[in-house]
Write a protein that binds this ligand. Structure first.
Ligand SMILES: *Cc1c(COP(=O)(O)O)cnc(C)c1O
Length: 356
């Protein structure tokens, strides 16, 4: 704290990201990164961008990243006017709060959800109301209908639970809220859900947010996007152009395009993660864990006889890191990212050892 701090900064409670340790030899299952490398085409594209004419970096990138928007539009069978791109989906989400969720009525999101949402509310002074998940940790659509609100946001699959809401339930929320923007954060949808992007032509109040950080293995490149009615996209462009005209650098633009175009790599790695998730779930249930059904690249688990924080600490002593949230309702759970099969095996062996 210093007398130079603005009042806004004094009042902020910033998001605390999962740890990115500087030491190597760790089995890192704490921030839902993909255990597989990105498509080799990403590196080729980035090298070409650098190598063709190194002087390219002298020039600003395309402020609208049109080539990337066209690639995303083609992938999802929509128009480029329905696409907004940003420096990671966290940046896209920040603009969403400012552009589309800041109104007089409070916005709604689940009590257990991505912990960045309340942080954006603090930054942009957006009133919010949390809606408790059901006892089985699912979102109940009717809880989001017939309740005046300034907008609705939730991840699907939800984080950190991994639980999936079917598209029919999302439509119920959309139909119950024709005068609010409904934001579906699909960071994990490629690991087991069906995207709501197919609904954007029918619902002008739907905005779907995606990231290349998880299913495209590009957390380090920082690329995210939103899809919705062109009027919603225009609102995001207005905020972006009042904040940073060039959120995506030249390397990120070409790398993202290459990743999206390599459908085969995407499919292979996605299926590998899904298969490992099934196996890991089974192995942890054998050890007595309760594992919530997950449609994401992580699982949310609880052991009836063991304190979650103790388990996390003991795993850490064995160089395995997982995520533990000290929050109400979920402080006895661990969120574990699905790693490679070797990493999952090491985790299961360590837990077997700890529990005995
Ligand atoms: C990982 C994650 C994001 C952020 O992804 P970036 O594109 O890396 O900023 C957004 N929403 C949820 C729910 C996430 O888990």
């Amino acid at each position: 704290m210093s007398r130079f701090w603005s009042q806004v900064v004094r009042d902020l409670t910033p998001y605390v990201p999962g740890e990115q340790p500087k030491i190597t030899n760790l089995i890192k299952l704490n921030t839902n990164e993909n255990p597989y490398p990105p498509s080799p085409r990403v590196l080729t594209a980035i090298q070409a961008e650098l190598g063709n004419d190194a002087a390219q970096l002298r020039l600003y990138p395309d402020p609208n990243a049109d080539l990337l928007k066209n690639t995303i539009a083609k992938l999802h069978d929509i128009t480029a006017q329905q696409v907004f791109v940003g420096n990671g989906s966290d940046e896209v989400l920040a603009h969403v709060f400012m552009a589309l969720l800041k109104h007089d009525a409070p916005i709604l999101f689940p009590d257990i959800t991505y912990s960045f949402y309340p942080v954006y509310c603090g930054l942009y002074n957006v009133a919010h109301q949390t809606i408790p998940l059901d006892d089985d940790f699912t979102i109940k659509p009717k809880d989001y209908c017939d309740r005046p609100n300034g907008g609705i946001i939730f991840p699907n699959p939800n984080a950190p639970t991994g639980r999936l809401l079917p598209l029919a339930a999302i439509e119920q929320i959309l139909q119950g809220n024709p005068d609010s923007v409904v934001v579906v954060d699909e960071a994990y949808v490629d690991f087991g859900g069906e995207t709501a992007i197919g609904l954007v032509n029918r619902y002008d109040n739907l905005l779907v947010v995606h990231t290349l950080s998880k299913s495209r293995s590009l957390a380090g490149l920082r690329v995210g996007f939103a899809v919705g009615h062109p009027d919603l996209i225009e609102a995001l462009e207005r905020v972006k152009n009042s904040f940073n005209s060039y959120p995506l650098d030249r390397l990120a633009i070409v790398g993202a395009i290459a990743a999206i175009e390599d459908e085969a790599h995407f499919e292979t790695t996605r299926q590998a993660v899904i298969a490992s998730r099934t196996q890991l779930t089974e192995n942890l249930r054998t050890l007595g864990f309760k594992v919530l059904p997950s449609a994401a690249n992580f699982i949310f688990v609880q052991h009836p006889q063991s304190e979650a924080s103790t388990l996390a600490n003991k795993l850490r002593e064995r160089n395995i890191i997982v995520r533990h949230f000290k929050s109400p309702r979920i402080d006895q759970f661990l969120r574990i990212t699905v790693g490679t099969d070797a990493e999952c095996t090491a985790l299961v062996e360590a837990l077997r050892d700890i529990l005995h």
